[in-house]
Design a protein around this ligand. Sequence first.
Ligand code: MF3
Ligand code: CO
Length: 259
Amino acid sequence: MSVQKSWAELQKMHRACTIVVDTLGVLAAAAQPGVTTKELDKIALDEIRKAGAKPAFLGYRGYPATLCISVNEEVVHGIPGSRKLKQGDIVGLDLGCIVDGFYGDAARTVAVGEASPEARRLLQVTEDSLKAGIAQCWPGKRVGDIGHAVQNLAEAGGYSVVREFVGHGIGTSLHEEPQVPNYGPPGRRERLVAGMCLAIEPMVNVGGPEVRVLDDDWTAVTADGSLSAHFELSIAVTEHGPWILSEPYPFAQGRESHA
Ligand code: MF3
Ligand code: CO
């Protein structure tokens, strides 16, 4: 079970998550036609080092890069390389960093230039499904309430949620307990308590939910070749509600209400 973090530990999570999301903003602006995915990876590493942090994915289980870049029908864990982005591509950017031993993890999917209306709707629905999951993150709720909210929103939009990859607890490791599926019945799985930090990360497909992994042993693609989008944020459960850790602390009450 993900350890309950103290106020001092949440401050470190906040720094790590802020660096990740700020860097994703830089990468989103750089994701223009003609840029290679390797060039984006270099920008990510430079930005993370400039901020005084360390990349979290590089070397993790042998992963060879700082960033995961997943284009169009790629779902997650695409490896940066010589591929050039084209007008109309949708590009999943997934990044993690470490500050003082604490991990931040976030992802967003952006359009290169003008995307089709269907692609834009997929991005919107996937981000909305993440926000619906985050809205469940109050003490006393359960992990299953998060997945249920995500799945409801994605399927109401006519899409499907990937089952093979899940969100996770986060803290002094990239992946801690509990697992956070993007599907399933409400009222089940672990109970949420204040101080728990979770990375919630819906992967939403235009077609069916099935995925397969390419011969590089990392890149997951949709089995039917349909477009896929991925959004992720790391949050802390607090007694005042969810704190998106890449944003300023949002509540009037301060540290005295935290362990
Ligand atoms: N955001 C992804 C995750 O939480 C990225 C992991 S990529 C890896 O699992 F290379 F680090 F495995
Ligand atoms: Co993650």
